[in-house]
Design a protein. Sequence first.
Length: 367
Amino acid sequence: MWINVIEVSEKERALLYVNGRARKYLRPGRHWIFRPFQSVKVIRLNVTLLMADLEGEALELVPADELLQVEVTEAERAVVYRNGRPARWLQTGQHQVWTVERNRSGPAVEVKRLDVSGVQVAPLPEALRALVPASEYQETVAAAGTVVLRYVDGELEAVLPAGRHAAWSVIHKVQLATVDLRERLLNVPAQEVMTQDRVSVRLNLAATFEVKDARRLATVARDADEVLYLAMQLATREAVGARTLDALLADREKLAEEVFGPVSRGAEVLGLQLMRFGIKDIILPGEMKSLLNRVIEAQKEAEANVILRREETAATRSMAQTAKVLAENPLLVRLKELEAYKDLAQKVGTIHLVLGEAGLPSLQLKA
């Protein structure tokens, strides 16, 4: 009853406590403990967990070649690798790492330190990134046609091109935001405006624009689309208010050109470039639409009557000229008669040729 036999496997270590105090560190194997008249306790340690949490006498008993003590400062982080693969992420503080595992080339466990005092960092491998807390590491991928805005402690620090970008956010607060530079469409539907002659119309507006200065866009306006939307509304209202309904309907392209100028200047202030601006539709009130249709119908009828009278006058004039020519040339009259008889000959059965006046033949027809 005074002899204790303790078996320690390869995946563990053990600490022998005698009378409540750590006395011996036990490596793998069989250990015979002879402590008569004393309280003996064994605490087993699983070294496959990599991390340990020992203090005082227990910590002093562990050999340095089997337990690595790592102190991580605020400006750095450490990574525990097992067989070349990242296994643990160590933050600020004191850490104890088991290094008892071995492989053919030597120790299977190693610790590497990382300097996180700055911001910029190359993107981490996928296996390592899975260990890093989201609060300490930022990463984004910007597709072609976009850029990345990097904010450090609330200030815009850099505009990065398309690609994969990463940043430490340990010492500084870092945010990565993606801005699309490609051309996009902005619609202003059902914009109600009053013309100079006090007719309310609704306009559907459309504009295409693209980002030319991402830094200005990020610092000038909170929502650039909303600002551009309002600029389109105000410029259109001012231009339409200076025109009558007839002028508006006659040339809306000119109206679009007039509105393009002030909207384009407003877009430049925001870091945008206005590409095109147009009025898609002009919608009239129901009663105004009916009245306008009647006016157009009356105009078209009047134009049709003018054209009809013009054609009738031209036909009468042509007939008068023909009659005058026939009156002056009796022979032409006779030839016209013969042409008529020729047409009739196809519809009768017997034709008699009789000489008429001036020796000209005359026809007698019988059915």
